[in-house]
Design a binder for this molecule. Structure first.
Ligand code: NDP
Length: 313
């Protein structure tokens, strides 16, 4: 028989756990499924220094463990397992966990996050946490006065390169085409910045270094007559080639933008379906910070509580 719950939270990043803290304190008896990557993206970073309340910083895994314990302290039922499919055609909504168990939920808080795209080079895994990062705001601070490279030509890459130029001594921007895709204003900012050197028509072949990243091997004009290999000395390698929001299982029920970010009413975590809320990176192409995710998780739980009490559920 299907299990019935009042509030189902899917995902265990800062958004999911914050939603669980608020929902359990509001007596919604939330059930949270942690998903494929318990703790979310922060478990792949080392030091987190910008989450308010930790004056000397905290590691990503520790922060997530603290949030989880805080949610459990108020009775949140936190479980292993990933939502694998949904039937949101009518309420109560049905969510299948691990392809087997079906949960019927009066409200759902979607906090499944987004996954940074990587180039797919074996070296990205080899140097994960040792010079390879997909978040300049999270990890840029560790590269003060060092040389870093950012891959990508979109707004994220330009924004991250600009941000890093305030910390690092030099920033290479590795762009595969002969032009940036970013908005004009971001392009100008990057092209005018004396600390940023844009390497147009370059692709990354691999990374080098003893234990930590010390360099990158690139190829210029790949496949053309004048193709040549280029080596740059760097201390950090930042991916900024886009994110994939983890919203696939909610389609076709939940509206997303063309990239897959769940559409919400500006300033609120409301989706197109009543009783279903979205919080954190799955609905946020702009900020993607732990603290903003936590904020929207709180909003989603408050909205879930209001929805249930209005319906008398
Ligand atoms: P985009 O999809 O806009 O850009 C991705 C960039 O990465 C492109 O330059 C693309 O190259 C490059 N790229 C993709 N795959 C590879 C690869 N395998 N190797 C090398 N380069 C690769 O993603 P963003 O994250 O930059 O932006 C996503 C959305 O968010 C956009 O709509 C953007 O405008 C928005 N945004 C807005 C911001 C703001 O307004 N402040 C800040 C950040 C994002 P190519 O051009 O060759 O395809």
């Amino acid at each position: 028989m299907n299990e019935k719950v009042r509030c189902l939270i899917i995902g265990s990043g800062p958004a999911g756990f914050t939603a669980a803290i608020y929902a359990s304190r509001a007596n919604l008896s939330p059930v949270l499924y942690e998903g494929m990557e318990p703790g979310g993206q922060l478990t792949t970073t080392t030091e987190v220094e910008n989450f308010p309340g930790y004056p000397t910083g905290i590691t990503g895994p520790e922060l997530m463990e603290d949030l989880k314990k805080q949610a459990q302290r108020f009775g949140a039922d936190i479980r292993f397992g990933a939502a694998t499919s949904t039937d949101l055609s009518s309420s109560p909504y049905k969510v299948t966990i691990d392809g087997e168990k079906v949960i019927e939920a009066e409200t759902i808080i979607i906090s499944t996050g987004a996954t940074a795209k990587y180039l797919g080079l074996p070296d990205e895994q080899k140097y994960a946490g040792s010079g390879v990062s997909a978040c300049a705001t999270c990890d840029g601070f560790f590269y003060r006065k060092m040389v870093v490279a950012v891959v990508g030509g979109g707004d994220t890459a330009c924004e991250e390169a600009s941000y890093l130029s305030g910390l690092a001594s030099k920033v290479y921007l590795i762009v595969r085409k002969n032009a940036l895709r970013a908005s004009k204003i971001m392009q100008e900012r990057v092209l005018k910045n004396p600390k940023i050197e844009v390497l147009f028509e370059h692709e990354t072949l691999g990374l080098t270094g003893e234990g930590v990243v010390q360099g990158a091997n690139l190829v210029k004009h790949k496949g053309q007559a004048d193709e040549k290999q280029v080596h740059i000395d760097i201390d950090g390698f930042f991916l900024a080639i886009g994110h994939t929001p983890n919203s696939k299982i909610f389609k076709p029920w939940i509206e997303t933008d063309e990239v897959g970010y769940i559409k919400t009413i500006p300033g609120k975590p409301l989706t197109n379906l009543p009783g279903i809320f979205a919080s954190g990176d799955v609905a946020d192409p702009h900020y993607r910070q732990a603290i903003t995710a936590a904020g929207t998780g709180c909003q989603a739980a408050i909205e879930a509580e209001r929805y249930l009490s209005e319906k008398g559920l």
